[in-house]
Design a protein around this ligand. Structure first.
Ligand code: GRF
Length: 209
């Protein structure tokens, strides 16, 4: 059983997609053992509670120094002894040690087709605003492994989503979630849990079944 920790900052719709996929048997060989939020008011915490998953909040506000917060975050992750850490809308710059310790064992969901519309400042609605400002006809979502950079680690899965005329950032964000994020994040966890991910020459591939 792959032990999975999910890190969140907001509504937690991606967390919900993962919880539902475990319940429905779309993710096998994996157990969500913990949820970590950096915001006490994140609705994701309520979702975790409803699913009876242990959840903790580690807020930057509770620590005078950034390094104390970093240490607490690392301890919280370690305390669940995870095999996989899933960043599902976790809006915190990760401590270097955390990234190093969970190298090849940490994935992130990004609401665009990386390497486009990724990197510093590209989060939330901003991503979709930029996609629309460029007149893109296609966008999507990406699941990638996390490395020391920002949105730069090896890509595991991507799914394209059509941009429609008249889209607002909010409408596009919703479509990207429904048609891409909520599908490829559970799929990625299932692939990892079932040993179907291959690392080769700095890239990652999903084994065809
Ligand atoms: C999603 O768009 C995800 O791609 C991004 O943050 C958002 C999180 O939404 N990284 P939710 O908290 O899962 O609803």
């Amino acid at each position: 059983m792959l032990r999975v920790v999910v890190m969140v900052s907001g509504g937690g719709t991606n967390l919900q997609a993962v919880l539902d996929a475990v319940k429905d048997g779309k993710i096998t060989n994996a157990k969500i053992v913990g949820v970590i939020s950096n915001r006490a008011d994140a609705y994701a915490l309520t979702r975790a509670e409803r699913a009876e998953i242990p959840a903790v909040c580690i807020s930057r506000k509770d620590y005078a120094q950034r390094e104390d917060f970093d240490r607490a975050l690392l301890e919280a992750v370690d305390s669940f002894a995870p095999d996989l850490v899933v960043l599902a809308g976790f809006l915190v710059i990760l401590p270097e040690l955390l990234v190093k310790r969970y190298k090849n064992r940490m994935i992130n969901i990004h609401p665009a087709l990386l390497p486009s519309f990724g990197g510093k400042g590209y989060y939330g609605l901003k991503v979709h605003e930029e996609v629309l400002a460029h007149g893109c006809k296609v966008t999507g979502a990406t699941v990638h492994f996390v490395d020391e950079g920002c949105d730069s680690g090896p890509i595991l899965l991507q799914r394209a989503v059509e941009v429609k005329q008249g889209d607002t950032p909010e409408v596009l964000q919703r479509r990207v979630m429904e048609e891409a994020e909520w599908k490829i994040l559970p799929q990625a966890i299932d692939l990892i849990a079932n040993g179907k991910v291959i690392f080769k020459e700095g890239c990652v591939f999903a084994q065809e079944s």
